[in-house]
Ligand binder design. Structure first.
Ligand code: NAX
Length: 332
């Protein structure tokens, strides 16, 4: 058996963490031969709830779980971690746009960036789930200058999974047969779910989805809007934001980062923009990436038509605005 790795989950007493911790501890993310020590960070008023979560983790008798460390102290939480799931923050309430959350949440990510910088392993892989996820990841990286920027990412995998599920429903095929749907930009209602490169494999034959759904009104209209507004639809129905599906997406994101993507497959991750596809540099923007040896690279040379160009630019504009606001908040 390998040595245990340390993994931190923030917001560990919250609803996403409740599903996520099960998946991490059961080996879904880092593999079934990788023992783990889980560090669970939350704020002081949540410690009693967190103790209940710790008891449940014990009662699951996970063979890979070597220890669980609940704490309110960022030094303890981030000490020597190899992987960080930054979930903890204020969730979006009904009717709230992500922008409204910015000033409340961005400060948390400044503090946690500083703590990662001081205490985490330098090759730590950081996934920001808490909203506004892209901009929080940007701020977190900024305040952790000793850790490579490539080690910070924001979650748009839930949007990708939602997009895959919509296309599977439309085509009446299993969701597992669909790959290479892209989410461009911000994890917000300006994101661009793009089916242009997506394929479906049926009877061993891989075909472009746009050949099968020859309905531009659907692909550029209803499909895009349904995915963009899915988070709000879940809140309207459940009166709480997506949790089970968010936890599954966080597991998918970190697993693919840790274990790599299949040949010819790509996934969407919010990562530092290097200017690919004409996207402004130095924002955390969701791109199609492939992963090998725990390093992502942006998939190049995909077609971007006029409609896609407008969508890519609109979501970049929102991220530039968020960045300005966040930098102002961090100066206070
Ligand atoms: P919950 O309110 O259930 O849990 C959040 C937890 O974070 C609470 O236990 C709270 O005490 C804790 N917390 C607050 N400040 C903290 C701090 N400084 N350090 C550590 N913990 C802290 O929210 P939940 O539903 O779990 O959602 C968490 C975040 O995920 C929200 O920001 C939410 O908007 C975001 N989401 C992001 C998604 C994405 O795709 N990127 C989708 C799902 C979700 O909306």
């Amino acid at each position: 058996m390998a040595e245990p790795i340390k993994v931190v989950v923030t917001g560990a007493a919250g609803q996403i963490a409740y599903s996520l911790l099960y998946q991490i501890a059961s080996g879904e993310v880092f593999g079934r031969n990788q023992p783990l020590i889980l560090h669970l960070l939350d704020i002081a008023p949540m410690m009693e709830v967190l103790q209940g979560v710790v008891m449940e983790l014990e009662d699951c008798a996970f063979s890979l779980l070597s220890a669980v460390v609940p704490t309110t102290d960022p030094e303890v939480a981030f000490k020597d971690v190899s992987s960080a799931f930054l979930v903890g923050s204020m969730p979006r309430k009904q009717g709230m746009e992500r922008k409204d959350l910015l000033s409340a949440n961005v400060r948390i990510f400044k503090v946690q960036g500083e703590a990662l910088d001081k205490f985490a392993k330098k090759d730590v892989k950081v996934l920001v789930v808490g909203n506004p996820a892209n901009t929080n990841a940007l701020i977190c990286a900024k305040y952790a200058p000793s850790i490579p920027r490539e080690n910070f990412s924001a979650m748009t995998r839930l949007d990708q999974n939602r997009a895959q599920a919509q296309l599977a429903g439309k085509l009446q095929v299993p969701v597992s047969t669909i790959r290479n749907v892209i989410i461009w930009g911000n994890h917000s209602s300006t994101q661009f779910p793009d089916a242009a490169s997506a394929t479906v494999t049926n009877g061993g034959k891989e075909e472009k989805i746009t050949n099968l759904i020859q309905d531009a009104a659907y692909v550029q209209g209803k499909f895009v809007e349904t995915v963009q507004k899915r988070g709000a639809a879940v809140i309207a129905a459940r009166k709480m934001s997506s949790a089970m599906s968010a936890a599954k997406a966080a597991s998918d994101h970190m697993r693919d980062w840790w274990c790599g993507t299949a040949p010819g497959s790509f996934v969407s991750m919010g990562v530092y923009s290097d200017g690919s596809y004409g996207v402004p540099k130095d924002i955390v923007y969701s791109f199609p990436v492939s992963v090998s040896n725990k390093k992502w690279s942006i998939v190049q040379n995909l077609a971007v038509d006029d409609n896609a160009r407008k969508m890519l630019d609109a979501t970049a504009k929102e991220l530039l605005e968020e960045k300005e606001e966040a930098l102002l908040v961090c100066q206070d």
